[in-house]
Design a protein around this ligand. Structure first.
Ligand SMILES: Cc1ncc(COP(=O)(O)O)c(C=O)c1O
Length: 416
């Protein structure tokens, strides 16, 4: 597939690639999968790549001098090259495979953070972060005694950049760790500017890209991010593999994360020395089939074109926001359509989000309900739980219509 062959309009061809979409989840109820922000569906190309790997090429990587081991190593390291190109990292050594975004952030906290943060230092997070970009820092804070500060959000669901600038000006900030796109509000944060400001203040910047890499063209060098984390399973790839990008000089200077095979150069009973990047951070047998799947997912998304994917998603999300805003009693969260991406989060009168999700499921509509791993954000919004419809390249305006019809039914059931 090339960018020319598949346009955002060729949605039927794209949907045909995703076997999971071709099913009724209840009698006569075709699946409308609006939960891709939690985890996306997988195209046949990814499933086939993983099957083919297991059927013909599985062995352990790096160690064996036989054909299958060479194939496995080629699949694994080939995926690293694809990831490097996909986010435009300067070197393949800067691409560390992790289990997911969560592990990537924990890796930075446990290595760079442990070595560099202490009393008197400040780490800046934001009120809209996912728990995976709050809790690792809180755990480290207990051990290292630095200070955590949170950039608040405005009533429009955007970061208060005046407070951010003031924190950088007035406090000894060593690290800013912020999400690129909010998994609840859809807010696309101005991370390029925020990274520039962090650097001007002498701080490093880590970006949680879990909700951006699947949807936007991300260029880690253009952003000048010091660290950038994301998960394969949200970008049409498999679970079990994620990525930490880090600038080489930083990664070189950091201590290892876990100890074991692969990450060492030499081991004696008196001590060990560390392998070169990226292996220093990849202890043990890695997720090889998953890497092959991630490589296939990148080929798939690149073949369609990230610009085409974004344009399509924006059309569907804008349509969803329009139609949702017409539902009586519905409150939408997040900024104006042009400043957001991917998700539509709402409450409906006083109906609990879990009840909404359950009634929608009966109509075949899969959404997510709860705090979406962002409890502090929900506290700030003044709600315990929200309902979230999230969209990807395979979703259609028709599915939005099904969502709206199902919501109308929920209103009737609850008499609202
Ligand atoms: C913004 C954001 N960050 C981090 C994560 C954690 O991703 P994972 O569970 O793949 O580690 C998520 C997952 O929902 C997310 O939306």
């Amino acid at each position: 597939m090339t960018e020319q062959q598949i346009s955002p309009l060729n949605i039927e061809a794209i949907r045909a690639d995703f076997p999971a979409l071709e099913q009724d989840v209840h009698p006569g109820k075709r699946l409308a999968f609006l939960d891709s922000a939690a985890s996306s569906q997988k195209p046949r190309q990814v499933i086939d790549a993983m099957n083919a790997y297991y059927e013909t090429s599985h062995a352990n990587v790096h160690r064996g001098i036989h054909v299958l081991s060479e194939r496995a190593t080629a699949a694994y390291e080939g995926a690293r090259d694809k990831v490097r190109a996909f986010v435009n990292a300067g070197s393949r050594r800067e691409i560390i495979f992790t289990r997911n975004t969560t592990e990537a952030i924990n890796l930075v906290a446990a290595t760079w953070g442990h070595a560099n943060l202490g009393p008197g230092d400040v780490v800046v997070l934001t009120e809209m972060e996912h728990h995976s970009n709050i809790v690792p820092w809180q755990i480290l804070q207990q051990e290292r005694g630095f200070t955590l500060r949170y950039v608040p959000i405005t009533g429009a669901g955007e970061l208060d950049l005046d407070v951010y600038a003031a924190l950088l000006r007035d406090e000894p900030v060593k690290l800013v760790s912020v999400m690129h796109v909010s998994n609840v509000l859809g807010t696309v944060n101005p991370v390029a500017e925020m990274i520039g400001q962090a650097h001007a203040a002498g701080a490093l910047a880590l970006i949680d890209g879990a909700q951006s890499v699947p949807h936007l063209s991300v260029d880690v060098q253009a952003l000048d991010a010091d660290f950038y984390a994301f998960s394969a399973h949200k970008m049409a790839g498999p679970t079990g593999i994620g990525v930490l990008y880090g600038k080489r000089a930083l990664l070189d200077a950091m201590p290892p994360y876990m100890g074991g095979g692969e990450m060492i150069k030499r081991v004696t009973l008196d001590g060990s020395t560390w392998n070169d990047l990226p292996h220093k951070f990849e202890a043990g047998t890695p997720a090889i089939a998953e890497a092959a799947g991630l490589g296939a997912a990148i080929d798939y998304l690149s073949g369609i074109g990230m610009q085409n994917i974004l344009a399509h998603e924006q059309t569907v999300v804008d349509y969803a926001l329009d139609r949702l805003s017409e539902v009586p009693g519905l409150t939408l969260y997040g900024p104006a359509p042009e400043r957001r991406n991917g998700v539509a989060t709402f409450t409906l009168a006083d109906i609990h989000a879990h009840d909404i999700a359950q009634l929608l499921d009966a109509e075949g509509v899969a959404i997510r309900a709860g705090h979406h791993c962002a409890m502090p954000l929900h506290q700030r919004l003044g709600v315990a739980a929200t309902a979230r419809a999230s969209f990807y390249l395979y979703n259609t305006q028709h599915e939005v219509d099904v969502l709206i019809d199902a919501l109308e039914r929920a209103r009737r059931v609850f008499g609202r």
